[in-house]
Design a protein around this ligand. Structure first.
Ligand SMILES: NC(=O)c1ccc[n+]([C@@H]2O[C@H](COP(=O)([O-])OP(=O)(O)OC[C@H]3O[C@@H](n4cnc5c(N)ncnc54)[C@H](O)[C@@H]3O)[C@@H](O)[C@H]2O)c1
Ligand SMILES: O=P(O)(O)OC[C@H](O)CO
Length: 343
């Protein structure tokens, strides 16, 4: 199948704009047009007039075959690939609003890494429900993909997951550049869960960092975080091997190591004594782990999956325990065998 000629990206935040740049750079020689929908008219105007989205990407220059609009109908008109990059908790309401405008033969790609509060649904499930779209035309992209590094064209890899490997390959062909290398797989559940739970683990690692704990502590939290992420993914029907790939371990390492990560930053700020409201007010960007943590824990409890780091991060976010109690509570638990699937 020929790669798409027309790509719509809904959401002109840091990742939506960066992915639009990837798709535009990838398709430049094929005459591909990328249209980004921005909620704020001034953001669309700035992109079209100056080739910049300064609020999210500073001085990064955007390619000429990337246009922005605040009119969602214009963005979606004739799009063969529709890319969704809005905050996870707003997706369902937005799909209800835009549903009639999505071209019926389009393939949908989710860039989002959140779990819906209340339903505990993954973003691909919300898309399938609201658009009544077949699974083989819904894909997700996830991996160690800090937007700002990619916008600067620092090389990275990622994963496109879809139940149809042909669809995944078609999307990969539309977002391959000298600085962005997408792999494909068919494990949508494992790929999404890796991206969702690493945000919760990054909050915990950010707290460790804010409390001046060392690399041993952070490595221990990351490794055991990957173990509980894998348990949840497998209980939901995902494959453990996915969690040891780019969308699991790769993304966990990037997010937990980088001061560019909003989730890591939120953890650091909490450790410095800011309240949750102060943290969200200060950041002004989406840190999905803050809202998704409770949904992850709810899902784990329903399935009988033990997720002690997530459980304690939720307790911190709810103000049930202080940031200083997080470490002692994790270390005071009963000793056990190391394996990922040990009870
Ligand atoms: N930034 C990254 O490095 C990165 C990388 C990979 C995945 N992601 C994921 O992509 C998704 C989008 O993240 P982002 O970094 O682009 O977020 P962002 O906070 O930078 O931007 C969010 C965008 O959504 C828009 N938006 C639309 N409706 C909204 C509403 N009702 N409320 C608030 N904002 C609304 C905002 O105006 C903004 O343009 C998240 O799920 C995130 O986890 C982000
Ligand atoms: O800034 P964060 O914490 O949302 O992380 C961004 C990406 O998900 C990293 O892959």
């Amino acid at each position: 199948m020929r790669p798409p000629q027309t790509v719509a990206v809904l959401g002109a935040g840091s990742w939506g704009t960066t992915f639009a740049k990837i798709a535009a750079d990838s398709g430049d020689s094929r005459g591909v047009q990328v249209r980004v929908w921005a909620r704020r008219p001034e953001a669309a105007e700035e992109i079209n007039a100056t080739r910049r989205n300064s609020r999210y990407l500073g001085d990064i220059q955007l390619p000429a075959n990337l246009q922005a609009t605040d009119d969602v109908a214009e963005a979606l008109n004739g799009a063969q690939l529709v890319v969704l990059a809005v905050p996870a908790q707003t997706l369902r309401a937005q799909l209800r609003e835009f549903k009639s405008l999505v071209p019926k033969d389009a393939i949908i790609l989710s860039l989002m890494k959140g779990l819906e509060v209340g339903t505990d649904a993954r973003m691909s499930q919300v898309i399938a429900e609201e658009l009544e779209w077949p699974q083989d035309r819904i894909a997700v992209l996830s991996g160690p993909n800090l937007a700002m590094e990619i916008a600067r064209e620092e090389p990275t890899a990622s994963v496109v997951a879809c139940s149809s490997i042909e669809t995944a390959g078609w999307i990969a062909s539309a977002c391959t550049t000298p600085y962005f290398r997408p792999y494909t797989n068919t494990d949508v559940i494992g790929t999404e869960i890796g991206g969702i739970v690493k945000n919760v683990i990054a909050l915990a690692v950010g707290i460790c960092e804010g409390k001046q704990m060392g690399d041993n502590t952070k490595a221990s939290v990351m490794t055991r975080g990957l173990a509980e992420t894998t348990r949840l993914a497998v209980a939901l029907g995902g494959k453990s091997e996915t969690l040891f790939g780019l969308s699991g371990m790769g993304d966990l390492i990037a997010t937990c190591s980088s001061s560019l990560s909003r989730n890591h930053t939120a953890g650091r700020l909490l450790a410095q004594g800011l309240t949750l409201d102060e943290v969200t007010g200060k950041m002004q960007q989406t840190a999905e782990g803050i809202k998704s943590a409770q949904a992850v824990l709810d899902r784990a409890i329903q399935l009988g999956v033990y997720m002690p780091i997530t459980e304690n991060v939720v307790a911190v976010l709810q103000g049930v325990i202080s940031v200083d109690e997080l470490g002692p509570r994790l270390l005071a638990r009963e000793l056990k065998a190391e394996g990922v699937h040990a009870p």
